[in-house]
Ligand binder design. Structure first.
Ligand code: GLN
Length: 531
C-alpha cells in the first residue's frame, strides 16, 4: 500500500479536504483503489458532541461513526466506503492511551507523547487502509504551526521512515495571498509554512497553491527554489468557477496524478476523466431551473447542512436543472408562510435538535401539504410532518414530540420504550445504517425501484406506533418500516404530488454522478410542480 499525507499551511478553510477528495477521485479514475481518512487535532473524542456552529455538519457513516464533514467530501468524490477507523481525533488518541495506561498495558513505563501517543497514531495509519486499498490518503486537520497538530506530524514523519520514502508522499496545501496594492501574489507565507514542516523533518513533495489569480512561471520557480520542491510539483489550484466538482478536472490539468504515480512507483493507465466531464457539463448547461426552500435553524452557516445542499445539487444534475436554494430561517416564517414560501417549487426541512424554530417548520410543512408543494422532510423534517398531520388532519390537538414538549397530550414522536432505559445512560442515538422495507405504490418505492433499502440514521426520537392506526386512518401513508423493530421510517401523503418524510438521512449517500433517488425524485416533482 502507498500513503499520501495532506497537510495545510498559512490559513484554515483552504479546502484541503476537497483537494484530498479530488485527488482521490483522479486516482480512482486511473484504476487505483483509494481510501481517504481524516485526523483532527482537537480533543473531542468525535465531532458528535460539537455544535454545528463550531464544526458544521456531523457526517454519519454506515457503521454509525459520527465524523468530520470532510468524510462527506471523501465519500462523494470516491467510491470507497469509509468506516469509524477513518476519522481520528486527539481526544480519541488520548482516550486510547489513557485506557491502556489504566489497564497497566505499559508495564510501568513512563507514558509519553513520543512514543506512546505517536504509536497510537501510527497504528491508525496502518489500520486505515484495508486489504484491497492501493493508496491511503490521510488529511491532517488544522494548519501547520498549530501546537495540537505536532504529535500527528511527528507520527507521519516516523511512519515515512518506517515504510520508506518511496511509499509515502507529502502533499502540502497552501495559500498565495493576492495583495491588491502590490498587484501580485505573495509566496512568503507558503515558504514559511513549508520551512515549518521541514523543521519537524517533513519535506513536502507536492505543493498545492490556492490562488485567486493564475501563477506566473517565475512564481513557480521561486516556490520551487525556496520550498525545495521540483517546479512541476508546484501545482496551481485556482478558485473554481461554478462548482467544487470542477476540482478533479482542474487538478488533473496540472498533472497532479502523474506526479503522485511517479513518486509512488504505481502502475496505472491514464484516464480521460469522462465521468467528471459529464458532471461538469451537466452542471454548467442545465435546461431547467427550480427554486427549493430549505427551512432550518442554522441557515446562516455555510457548513451546517453541507450534505443536504450537495445532495440537492446532485439531484439538479440528475434532472438537468439548476437548483436555486433559498435558505429560510424557521423562526421567521411562522407568522407569514405565504410570504416566505409562496413562490417556491419545493420545500425541504433538514434534520435538527432542540425546539427552536419547530413551530415555524410545522407551519412550513402545513403550507406544503395544503398547497400541493413537493415536500421532503429529513429526520427532524419527517417528525415535523407527522406532528403537523396529527394536529391538523387527525385532529389530535397539541400533538407534539416529547423532545419539544415532554408533557404533550399526544406524543406522536417519542423515545421508544426499549430505548428509554438507554437514554438515562446517554448512549441512546440510533446511529448508522438500518434496513427499511418500502411499501409498494409509495413515492419511495417508485424512487428506489426496489423494496429493501439501507439508510443511515442519527436520532433519538421515533414515530410513536401507538398513534400509527389513527394517523393511517386519517390518510397518512407509511412508506417504509424497519423490519427488525417495526419502526416507521417513512411517511407520505398519498393524495399529494410528492410529500415524503424520512426518519433517516439520505443526504449521506448521494454522489454528484449518482444522485440519491429520493432527492432526484423530489427535484423531479418540483420541476413538474413549476410547470
Ligand atoms: N431531534 C430529533 C431526534 O433526536 C431529530 C434528529 C435529527 O434530525 N437528526 O430524534
Amino acid at each position: 500500500m502507498k500513503y499520501i499525507f495532506v497537510t495545510g499551511g498559512v490559513v484554515s478553510s483552504l479546502g484541503k479536504g476537497l483537494t484530498a477528495a479530488a485527488l482521490g477521485a483522479i486516482l480512482e479514475q486511473r484504476g487505483l483503489k483509494v481510501r481517504l481518512q481524516k485526523f483532527d487535532p482537537y480533543l473531542n473524542v468525535d465531532p458528535g458532541t460539537m455544535s454545528p456552529f463550531q464544526h458544521g455538519e456531523v457526517y454519519v457513516l454506515n457503521d454509525g461513526a459520527e465524523t468530520d464533514l470532510d468524510l462527506g467530501h471523501y465519500e462523494r468524490f470516491t467510491s470507497g466506503e469509509l468506516n469509524r477507523l477513518n476519522n481520528l481525533t486527539s481526544g480519541k488518541v488520548y482516550e486510547t492511551v489513557l485506557a491502556k495506561e489504566r489497564r497497566g498495558d505499559y508495564l510501568g513505563a513512563t507514558v509519553q507523547v513520543i512514543p506512546h501517543v505517536t504509536n497510537v497514531i501510527k497504528e491508525r495509519i496502518y489500520a486505515g487502509g484495508g486489504e484491497d486499498v492501493d493508496v491511503l490518503i490521510t488529511e491532517l486537520g488544522g494548519t501547520i504551526g498549530d501546537i495540537e497538530g505536532l504529535p500527528f506530524l511527528e507520527a507521519m514523519r516516523q511512519f515515512a521512515l518506517e515504510v520508506g520514502r518511496d511509499d509515502v508522499l507529502f502533499l502540502h496545501c497552501t495559500l498565495l495571498p493576492y495583495l491588491k496594492a502590490a498587484g501580485e501574489l505573495k509566496t512568503k507565507p507558503s515558504q514559511q509554512s513549508v520551512a515549518k514542516l521541514r523543521e519537524i523533518g517533513i519535506q513536502a513533495d507536492i505543493l498545492v497553491c490556492r490562488t485567486e489569480e493564475p501563477m506566473t512561471d517565475e512564481m513557480r520557480q521561486k516556490l520551487s527554489l525556496f520550498c525545495n520542491v521540483p517546479v512541476k510539483a508546484v501545482i496551481e489550484e485556482i478558485d473554481v468557477e461554478t462548482s467544487i466538482y470542477e476540482l478533479p478536472l482542474a487538478l488533473k490539468a496540472e498533472n497532479i496524478d502523474d506526479l503522485v504515480i511517479d513518486h509512488l512507483n504505481l502502475d496505472a493507465p491514464d484516464s480521460d476523466m469522462q465521468i467528471w466531464h459529464d458532471v461538469v457539463r451537466r452542471l454548467k448547461a442545465p435546461s431547467h431551473k427550480v427554486e427549493i426552500g430549505v427551512v432550518g435553524k442554522y441557515i446562516e452557516l455555510q457548513d451546517a447542512y453541507k450534505s443536504v445542499y450537495e445532495s440537492i445539487i446532485h439531484a439538479g444534475i440528475a434532472n438537468d436543472a439548476t437548483v436555486h436554494i433559498v435558505r429560510l430561517d424557521a423562526e421567521l416564517i411562522k407568522d407569514d408562510p405565504q410570504n416566505h414560501l409562496g413562490t417556491l417549487d419545493g420545500i425541504l426541512i433538514p434534520g435538527g435538535f432542540g425546539d427552536r424554530g419547530t413551530e415555524g417548520k410545522i407551519a412550513a410543512a402545513k403550507f406544503a401539504r395544503e398547497n400541493g408543494i413537493p415536500y421532503f422532510g429529513l429526520c427532524l423534517g419527517m417528525q415535523i410532518a407527522v406532528i403537523e398531520y396529527a394536529r391538523n388532519v387527525t385532529k389530535l390537538e397539541d400533538a407534539n414530540s416529547t423532545e419539544f414538549d415532554p408533557n404533550t397530550a399526544h406524543p406522536v414522536i417519542d423515545i421508544m420504550e426499549d430505548q428509554k432505559d438507554l437514554t438515562t445512560k446517554g448512549g441512546n442515538m440510533r446511529l448508522g445504517a438500518c434496513p427499511c422495507e418500502l411499501a409498494e405504490d409509495s413515492f419511495s418505492y417508485h424512487a428506489y425501484g426496489k423494496k429493501s433499502i439501507q439508510e443511515r440514521h442519527r436520532h433519538r426520537y421515533e414515530f410513536n406506533n401507538t398513534y400509527r392506526d389513527q394517523l393511517v386512518k386519517s390518510g397518512l401513508r407509511i412508506g417504509g418500516v424497519n423490519p427488525e423493530r417495526d419502526l416507521v421510517e417513512i411517511i407520505e401523503i398519498p393524495d399529494h404530488p410528492w410529500y415524503v418524510g424520512v426518519q433517516f438521512h439520505p443526504e449521506f449517500k448521494s454522489k454528484p454522478n449518482a444522485a440519491h433517488p429520493l432527492f432526484a425524485n423530489f427535484i423531479a416533482a418540483a420541476l413538474k410542480y413549476k410547470k
